[in-house]
Design a protein around this ligand. Structure first.
Ligand code: NAD
Length: 450
C-alpha cells in the first residue's frame, strides 16, 4: 500500500511513499529500544553538541524545508520560513537545556537525599498536519535532550518534512535508531505506538477526539501521555483598547495558516460600546489579507489541507456572513476569509472550525466577557486587549486557558511553556517545562549513619 502526498494549492500529487503498518512500527520501536542505552550514555556536552549541530543543519536547509512544508501543507512560503526558523530555535534551546535540567538535594535526617531526572526510554511522538515540522521539533527537542529515543509519526497527509528532518538528524551525527520516522495511518501506526509495551510515553498533538482515544489506549500499559488538543480561543476586546491595533491584528489571529491553528482566536468578543466601530475596522483589515499562491512571498493565506476538510469548514457558515473574502479560481482547496456575527451558543462559536471563519460576539462587561470565554470545553489560548493593566491581569487570571497574551495575539515561543487546560489537553511543551514531560524524577536516599 502506498501514500500519495498532495499539494493542497494545486491538488497535484507531489510524492508517493510506502505506507508503513504495524510491522514497520514494531521494527522502528525495536530500533529505538536498541539505541536507547547508547544515547542515554552520551555525555551531556556531546548530546548538546549534536542537538546544536541539528539546529544549524535546519538553518542551513531552511529554504528547502520551508519549500517542502509550503508545498505539502499549502502554507504561504513566508510563514513556512518563519516556522522553520522556530524549529532551529527549538533545537538550539534544548541543546542549551541539556546540562541545566538539574536535580535537587533535599534536607533529610540521617543522610543525603538526591533527585535525578531520568529519561523515559522510547517515546512515541504523534503530530498533526497543520504545523508538521514545528510540532515535531517541540517534542523531539526535549525528548532527545533528556536522553530518550523516539519514533515520530507525522500525519499521513503531511509526512515530507518529518522524513527530511529524520535524515538531518543522522547527518548531524545523532546515532542511527535514535530518531525513527514512520509514515502511516493513525489507526494502525499511531494506535500501535499508543499500545506498544516498549513505548514509555506518547507525546500527542491533534484533535480532542483522537486525544481521548490515545488516553484510553495508553491505560493498558500505564503509559505517560502529553496531550496538546483542540481549542476555541477567545480574543477579548475591551472598549478602552487600542482598537486600531486590535483590529489590524485580529484577522491574522484567525486566518493565519488558513485558520488551521489550535490557537486560532476564532471567537472575537467585543465590548458593546465599540462593537460597530470594531467590526468596521475588522472587515477593513480582513479585506487586506492576501490570499493566493503559497509560493508567492507576498501571500498571507493559502488553501485548506483537503477537499474533505473544506466541506467540514463550509458546514459552519449558515446564511449570509458579515464578510466573505475572495479566493483564487484555480484548482486548490480554497476557502475565503469569513466573518460571522454569532451568539455564544451557536455551533460556529462553540466548536473548533479549524478554518478561516471568525465568530464575532458582543458583550456588556468584564464579568460577561469572562463568562463567555470560559463557557467552552476547551482552554488553550486567547487574548485580552485593554489599556487598563489591572483589568488585563484580572482577566488573564480568570480565563481558563493555558496560554494568554495581552495586547498581542502571540502564543508560542521556544523558551516559554505552551499547552492547554480543560479538554485542550495537559502537559506543557517548550521552555524548561517541556523537559518535565520527557523525564521522570528518581529519588535516592543515601544513609550517612556511621
Ligand atoms: P488528528 O487528531 O486527526 O490526528 C493527529 C495525529 O494523530 C495524526 O498523526 C493522526 O494520524 C494520528 N492519529 C489518528 N488516529 C489515531 C489513533 N487512533 N491513535 C493514535 N494516533 C492517531 O488531528 P489533525 O486533524 O491531524 O490535526 C488537527 C487537530 O490538532 C485540531 O483539533 C487542532 O486543534 C489540533 N492541534 C492542537 C495543537 C496544540 O498544540 N494544542 C496544535 C496543533 C493542532
Amino acid at each position: 500500500m502506498s501514500v500519495t502526498v498532495v499539494n493542497p494549492a494545486t491538488e497535484k500529487a507531489i510524492a508517493k511513499l510506502e505506507r508503513d503498518g504495524v510491522e514497520e512500527t514494531d521494527a522502528a520501536v525495536a530500533r529505538a529500544k536498541a539505541a536507547f542505552p547508547g544515547w542515554r550514555a552520551v555525555s551531556p556536552q556531546d548530546r548538546a553538541r549534536l542537538l546544536r549541530r541539528l539546529a544549524t543543519l535546519v538553518e542551513e536547509h531552511g529554504d528547502e524545508l520551508a519549500r517542502i512544508e509550503s508545498q505539502n501543507v499549502g502554507k504561504p512560503i513566508s510563514g513556512a520560513g518563519g516556522e522553520v526558523e522556530m524549529v532551529a530555535q527549538v533545537f538550539h534551546y534544548y541543546a542549551g537545556a541539556v546540562d541545566k535540567h538539574l536535580g535537587e538535594t533535599i534536607p533529610v535526617a540521617g543522610g543525603v537525599d538526591l533527585t535525578f531526572r531520568e529519561p523515559l526510554g522510547v517515546v512515541g511522538l504523534i503530530v498533526p498536519w497543520n504545523f508538521p515540522l514545528n510540532i515535531a521539533s517541540w517534542k523531539l527537542g526535549p525528548a532527545l535532550a533528556c536522553g530518550n529515543t523516539a519514533v515520530l509519526k507525522p500525519a499521513e497527509l503531511t509526512p515530507l518534512s518529518a522524513l527530511r528532518l529524520g535524515e538531518l538528524c543522522v547527518e548531524a551525527g545523532i546515532p542511527e535508531g535514535v530518531v525513527n520516522v514512520v509514515v502511516g495511518k493513525g489507526s494502525t501506526v499511531g494506535q500501535r505506538l499508543v499500545e506498544h509495551p516498549d513505548v514509555a510515553k506518547i507525546g500527542f498533538t491533534g484533535s480532542t477526539e483522537v486525544g481521548r482515544e490515545v488516553m484510553r489506549g495508553a491505560a493498558g500499559t500505564i503509559k505517560r501521555v502529553t496531550l496538546e488538543l483542540g481549542g476555541k480561543s477567545a480574543n477579548i476586546v475591551f472598549a478602552d483598547a487600542d482598537l486600531e491595533r486590535a483590529a489590524a491584528s485580529a484577522p491574522y489571529a484567525v486566518f493565519d495558516n488558513a485558520g488551521q491553528d489550535c490557537c486560532a482566536r476564532s471567537r472575537i468578543l467585543v465590548e458593546r460600546p465599540v462593537y460597530e466601530r470594531f467590526l468596521d475596522l475588522l472587515v477593513d483589515a480582513t479585506r487586506r489579507v492576501k490570499v493566493g499562491d503559497p509560493a508567492d512571498a507576498a501571500t498571507e493565506m493559502g488553501p485548506l489541507i483537503s477537499a474533505a476538510h473544506r466541506e467540514t469548514v463550509a458546514s459552519f457558515v449558515e446564511g449570509e456572513p458579515l464578510f466573505r473574502g475572495d479566493v483564487p479560481e484555480a484548482k486548490g482547496f480554497w476557502f475565503p476569509c469569513t466573518i460571522v456575527e454569532a451568539n455564544p451558543g451557536d455551533r460556529v462559536a462553540r466548536d473548533e472550525v479549524f478554518g478561516p471563519v471568525a465568530a464575532v460576539i458582543p458583550f456588556d462587561d468584564e464579568a460577561e466577557a469572562i463568562g463567555i470565554a470560559n463557557d467552552s470545553p476547551y482552554g488553550l489560548s486567547g487574548s485580552i486587549w485593554t489599556r487598563d493593566g489591572a483589568r488585563a491581569l484580572r482577566v488573564a487570571r480568570a480565563v481558563e486557558s493555558g496560554v494568554l497574551s495581552v495586547n498581542s495575539n502571540s502564543s508560542v515561543r521556544a523558551h516559554t511553556p505552551f499547552g492547554g487546560m480543560k479538554q485542550s489537553g495537559f502537559g506543557r511543551e517548550l521552555g524548561m517545562h517541556g523537559l518535565n514531560g520527557y523525564s521522570e524524577v528518581k529519588n535516592v536516599f543515601i544513609s550517612t549513619e556511621a
